[in-house]
Structures are given as C-alpha cells and as structure tokens.
Design a protein around this ligand. Structure first.
Ligand code: ZN
Length: 374
C-alpha cells in the first residue's frame, strides 16, 4: 500500500511539474512566449499570436488558428508538390540548383533554374523574388510570406497598435493578411470574441490560398476565406456553415433582381470589389458562389472547383480557366436557384431570431492587403 501511494505521489508530482513547466500542448498551443512588447503571447505549430487584451483571447484564437490552417490546407491540397504547380518551384527554391547569371540594371540578381525557368531576386530586408517561365509568364512573391514560416498574428486593441505591427497597410481596413510582410493583423471588436476568432480564421483563409496560387481572383479569395467560419453566436468553427448575414443579402438580391451577375463578379479586380458602396454585397455573393461551387450536386458543377484550383496552381489565367470548366450561363441560373433554395431552407424558420444579432457583417470588413502584381 505504501509503495502504491508513493508511486501515485510521484506520478502526481511529475504531472504537476510538467504543467508548471508549460509543457502546454493543450489544444493547439505549443508554449507561451515571453516578449516585452505584448502582454499575452503564445506559439502554435504554425502561428505566433500576440495581444494586449487577454490571455483568453490569444488562447482561443490559437485553437481556431490551427483548425483554420489545417482545414484550409486540406481543402486546398496545399501540400501537393505537383511539379506542374508554380508554387512547387517556390517551395523547392532553397534546394533547387540555381546558377547566378548577372546583376541587372535595377539591382536584381538573375539566376537560371532547371527547365528554362529564370529567377530575379531583389534583396532587402524584405526580399522580393520573381519567376519567369519559358513562355514568358511571371510570378512574384515576398520571402516573408513564403510557405513554412510561422506567421505572427497581432490581435490589436486599436488602429494605432495595428499600424505599428502591420507595416505598409493603407485604407480604413480593420486588418488583414499582409502577403508582403507575412503577418496577420486585426483590430479586435472587444465586443464578441467569436467575431475576432472568425476574423482570424478568415485571414488564414487568405494566407493558405496564397500558399496555393499566385494572385487568386478576388471573388474566390474572399469566398473561400468566408467558407469556413466561426459562428458569432455559438463560437463553433465549421466549414460551410451558413453565414446568415451573407445569405440574407443574397436572398434579397435574388428576390428583387439586384444580384451582381456571376459573369461580372468573377471579372472584378481588387479595387472594383472593395472600393464601392456595394462591397458587402460582393463579399456576400462571393461567399454564396463558393458555397454553391463546393456544395452543388449539379452535374456541371459538382467536383469542378478542385479542378479549377489545379488550373490556378498551374498559373493559368483565372477567367480563361473558369470559362473552360463552367458554362457561365448555366452557373448564373443555378447560382440564383441555389441561393433561393438555401434561403428557403435556412432563413425562414430563423429569420426573427437571427435578425437580432447582426454580427457577421462586422467580421468581414477586412481588407486583405493588395497582392503583388505578377
Ligand atoms: Zn477577406
């Protein structure tokens, strides 16, 4: 008996010392970080999360960040190193044989890679690189935002704090994923932690799509970022859960004929999408379009989004590839019908109850920093 009791004591002591030594690994947190700049900071497998707001916020953000990373990486097959994908070149850059050719007039170092690919490199504290394929197409990227680096996530209390930690942002945005700096910065709502967690998941959606393709079309970038989300009421993170605010907007548009045609939405550039009074409608419709493309069972739609993403990963023109895979007239009709059916199923019984919590919209007025033109 005494021996058993001693053993139990030893086990308890080991357990306690393990907890005390922050061998955390509970949920997604690898360890707490000590930093003079932030009151609360944790490290996860893929992120460094900082805030001055509360320990609970960084810890809960850490859990959703890892789930968002894993979910999006799996959904987009980000780890697929198919040699036909341009990002594969980027991933293999450190180990690829490359021969220095010369320094160009603008200071770029020019290298030759296998298979007729050339690389230009502008070195500074934020190195920019650009591939040129043998057919003349170019793809540029920043070193700081390359795949495999732990991404800092700053959960800021105000715009001043955001500006200090999220360099080179412009405009009135509440933060975003900055592909130049390779950071995520967000001004927290300080009202609903679930909205802040949704914003983290949203920006990670942008980050992961950026790991898969260069310069994705805005509708796809925003629609995918909204597809997996944290529900503001329940706090549940789930792919494909209904964004009530977006669906209400789309349902109204479908009802009164004011939906932006699919043909127009898929051609919008960054400025046309964001810098307009209809920005929210563009977000809402992009959410609905991605939801439809992923979930529709229509024979001309089902399963094609993965093929479309593969075309983008190969560096194909986004609009040309879309029109090759889909009949946009069919898409238009079916998209509107899908919105109406979804609204009928999801909104009718809950409209009164849900309309008291206008939350999702505030979670999405975030700008992703404008991508580097390729
Ligand atoms: Zn976004």
């Amino acid at each position: 008996m005494r021996k058993a009791a001693r053993l139990t004591l030893v086990l308890v002591a080991v357990l306690v010392s393990c907890l005390a030594a922050s061998c955390i690994r509970s949920g997604s947190i690898v360890r707490e970080l000590e930093t003079p700049d932030w009151q609360y900071a944790v490290e996860t497998d893929h992120y460094l999360i900082y805030s001055n707001i509360s320990r609970e916020l960084v810890e809960r953000a850490a859990v959703v960040a890892e789930r968002a990373y894993t979910g999006a990486a799996k959904r987009l097959h980000v780890d697929d190193d198919d040699p036909a994908f341009v990002k594969t070149l980027e991933r293999r850059l450190d180990t690829a044989p490359k021969e220095f050719v010369r320094t160009l007039d603008d200071g770029a170092k020019l290298y030759e890679l296998p298979d007729g690919v050339t690389l230009r490199e502008w070195s500074s504290d934020n190195t920019v690189r650009q591939f040129e394929l043998p057919d003349g197409r170019t793809f540029a990227f920043w070193e700081h935002a390359m795949y495999g680096r732990k991404v800092p996530v700053y959960l800021c209390k105000d715009k001043e704090e955001l500006d200090a930690w999220f360099p080179n942002t412009s405009g009135p945005g509440r933060g975003g994923w900055g592909p130049a700096a390779g950071v995520i910065g967000i001004i927290t709502t300080s009202k609903n932690m679930n909205v802040d967690r949704d914003n983290v998941a949203h920006e990670i959606g942008h980050q992961i799509l950026g790991y898969a393709v260069y310069g994705p079309p805005v509708w796809l970038d925003e629609g995918l970022a909204m597809y997996a989300r944290v529900d503001a009421e329940t706090g549940r993170y789930r792919a494909g859960s209904i964004n009530t605010a977006a669906l209400l907007t789309c349902a109204k548009g479908a009802e009164d004929g004011t939906l932006v045609p699919v043909d127009t939405l898929v051609r919008m550039d960054y400025n046309a999408f964001h810098f307009t009074k209809n920005e929210w409608q563009h977000y809402a419709q992009s959410w609905a379009l991605v939801h439809y493309l992923i979930r529709s069972k229509h024979p001309q739609v089902r399963g094609k989004l993965a093929r479309y993403l593969d075309e983008l990963k190969k560096g194909r023109d986004a609009l040309v590839a879309l029109e090759e895979l889909y009949d946009l007239d069919v898409l238009q009709d079916e998209y509107v019908a899908y919105i109406k059916a979804l609204a009928e199923r999801e909104l009718k019984p809950r409209t009164r109850q849900r309309s008291r919590t206008p939350d999702a919209r505030s979670s999405l007025l975030l700008l992703v920093a404008q991508p580097l033109a390729a």
